[in-house]
Structures are given as C-alpha cells and as structure tokens.
Write a protein that binds this ligand. Sequence first.
Ligand code: HEM
Length: 142
Amino acid sequence: MLNEIEEAGSDKRTFFELLGGEENGTQNIRLLVETFYDIMDSDPKAKPIRDMHQSDLTSAREKLFMFLTGWTGGPQLYIERYGHPMLRKRHLPFAIGESARDQWMYCMIKAMHQLEYDEALMKKLANQLYGVADFMRNQQGH
Ligand code: HEM
C-alpha cells in the first residue's frame, strides 16, 4: 500500500494525494483516524491522554478526520464546518506536556504501522504531525 513515493525532494504531491487523493484520500484518512483512536482507547500507554477525552470518542473521531483531511491538502471539511481551527487555543483546557505529546504520536505511529504505511510516507507524515503535536504543548517538561 502507498508504495509510490518518489525520492524525497522531487515529490511535490500533497499528503492527501499520497494518501489516495480524490478517489481514496478521505477513506484512508478516516481509516487512519479510526485506528488512531481505537489504539488510544485500548493501549495502556495512552491512558493519560485517553482520560483527557470524553468517554464517547465519536465527535473527537469526526473532528480529527475533518481536520486532517484539510490539513493534508484535501477538502477543508473542518474549516467549512467550524471555521478557523485555533487548535492550540482549543487544546488549552488540557494539560499537554512532553509525555502527552509523545503518547499522541505513539498512537499515530502505531496506527500507521498497523495500516502498513510505506516507510517513507510514514516518516514524512510523522515528522509533520510531530510539529503540530509539539505546538500543542502548554506545560513545561513532562
Ligand atoms: C499533543 C497531544 C494532544 C492531546 C493530548 C490532544 C487532546 C485532545 C483532546 C482531549 C481533545 C478534546 C476531545 C473531546 O472532545 O473529547 C482534542 C480535540 C482535538 N484535537 Fe487534539 N490533542 C493532541 C494533539 C493534537 C494534534 C497533533 C492534532 C492535529 C494534528 C489534534 C487535533 C484535534 C482536533 C481537530 C480536535 C477537535 C477540536 C474541536 O473542534 O473541538 N490534536 N484533542
């Protein structure tokens, strides 16, 4: 799956295109988000961040799906529905330090492994998401 990645640097395609584009991009992002939250919901390593979320993850799943679709370069589903994401501000109610950031990334990388993402795509996507996750930090240290 997703093994058509060109050499780094020569690839100008968006993540959305790399994830399947118009035909499959939204389904693939949906699958990534469902897998991500299934992991967060069951893996003891992610329990601290799972506990920050509402018991029902339905809306978190839907919102992350909508956000990531636009963020990867696909249709701006989140913005069309909710306006500017103001993600950092929306995360201020939650105490996010290094360990919460790392738990979030752990779930995302585990999801990409489970879905057998191409190694090059996984690295690029994980790097970009790490930047966003790190930006959410609102606590010094752990
Ligand atoms: C760094 C660690 C992170 C933690 C601990 C965290 C935690 C949370 C929590 C607790 C919520 C509320 C969910 C609910 O309603 O139950 C939330 C919402 C959300 N998160 Fe995160 N998050 C993190 C990183 C990220 C990242 C990296 C992204 C995007 C790439 C993201 C995107 C979102 C979105 C789109 C929402 C919904 C916002 C809204 O419209 O209310 N989060 N997050």
